[in-house]
Design a protein around this ligand. Sequence first.
Ligand code: SIN
Length: 284
Amino acid sequence: MSQLTIKPVTGNIGAEIEGADLSMPVDPSVAEALRDALWSYQVLFLRDQHLDIAQLKQVTALFGPLQRLPYVEPLPDDPLVIGVQKKASDKNVGVFGGNWHSDFSFLEHPPAGSLLSAVQVPEIGGDTVWSNQIAAYETLPDDLKRAVEGRAAIHVGKPHGVKFAPKGKQRSTIKMVRGDPEADRETVHPAVRAHPETGRKALFVNPVYTSRLDGMMEAESEPILDRLFWHATRPEFSCRHRWRAGDLVIWDNRTTLHFAVNDYDGSDRLLYRTTFSDEQRPHA
Ligand code: SIN
């Protein structure tokens, strides 16, 4: 039996987990309890973990095989880990993840989830916000539900490609590939996806990577997507994390959107980030 205490942080999404020291080898019952909590609450917050890179990777592997992300420069000595960094000298620039998105939804196999381990955080600002896409789907107005049910959506790697290349200064300390025509390749995913572990349905569209609904031109699709994005990010489906150094946050990328709040110019922020896939989940 695991000794975890699970404290929901809102009525719809997120739970703080107490009673786990993930810097130590994790008992299989604790791993199972963490996975169950993740499928139930979509985002888990664990304070005071202070994981090193090897420990972060070991914890990640409890949820699925580590997945290497394209288009983003990883740590020089570890292709499976990204340093999400903004330096105090990075003023008036975009940040990694600074718009509502689910990670890399334009890939053929989008990640199942991700972990962020906080090393250095601003005294004020730099929060991250997540939104529950199961709740968003279940509360869609009837006409929007009809618009997405049984329909696919088209995703492209807009920030990395040519066709939708972002205007203006997007630089932050983290290095990303820009202007790659390969990133304009369209990928098709159901607009509503059933979670592989729970079967619960979640809305799967996001403003960063979804270009249109299948079978529609962009102009026809745009007003529907705008309403979907507005609904999907309503405050009552969301939770907001105030980071402390040592925090570990784990989220399910199939049932959430997230947003890195860029309100801390003049402060340093560094979090290590790993990603796991659901192509073959191990049983710990
Ligand atoms: C991201 O993974 O999208 C960035 C999250 C953050 O930096 O808060």
